[in-house]
Design a protein around this ligand. Structure first.
Ligand code: SF4
Length: 190
């Protein structure tokens, strides 16, 4: 089971770390470098742990490692305030949506942004937790934002409101997509 959890964590970090870091204003090169650094420390830590396990009770070592991990997460708890769902892909089912709602409820200090093109989601938008903005992406370029959705995004040839193209394709300090007061975000066609 422990091996399974470790493999799962490795896969999740490998898949989501760089897009998540990019969403938080970090360049992909920096994020990839940090991920490589994690790999280096992983090798060093694994070899060192093997050496120590032959000399120290593994239970004490494990306790110490998880204590350090818990402390680092505690110290970083205020760092991650914004989370974007689905760097690619979309909501697969009502069960999937319910799980996203549950995660948002369990993380009230985090602002969640859920872009979607799944129109069937609309009747459930009103049940979303307050810290989750579901933003319907209008499918056609220059299509008018649908008034029936509380939050939308459009792709426009003129009148872009998303500043990302002016700032190296990063959000930087902009949080419009997460902002429940921003009814529509207009991305420039590219
Ligand atoms: S509108 Fe702001 S938050 Fe949304 S994608 Fe553009 S830069 Fe990022």
């Amino acid at each position: 089971m422990l091996v399974g959890v470790i493999v799962l964590v490795g896969v999740l970090i490998g898949t989501h770390f760089i897009p998540a870091a990019h969403d938080h204003g970090m360049s992909q090169v920096t994020a990839a470098s940090l991920l490589a650094l994690v790999g280096v420390f992983d090798v060093v830590g694994t070899i060192t742990s093997g050496y120590l396990t032959d000399r120290i009770d593994p239970r004490k070592l494990l306790f110490f490692y998880y204590l350090l991990r818990g402390l680092s997460l505690f110290l970083l708890r205020h760092k991650s305030k914004y989370f974007r769902w689905h760097d690619s892909g979309d909501i697969q089912s009502l069960k999937h949506l319910a799980k996203i709602f549950a995660v948002a409820r369990l993380t009230p200090d985090v602002n969640h942004w859920l872009p979607t093109r799944e129109a069937w989601v609309k009747p459930y938008v009103g049940r979303a937790p307050k810290n989750l903005v579901i933003r319907f992406s209008m499918p056609m370029v220059d299509q008018e934002a649908a008034a029936s959705w509380s939050h939308t995004s459009t792709v426009v040839t003129t009148g872009r409101t998303c500043p990302a193209p002016d700032q190296d394709n990063k959000c930087m300090s902009c949080r419009a997509c997460w902002d429940p007061n921003v009814k529509n975000v207009a991305y420039g066609k590219h």
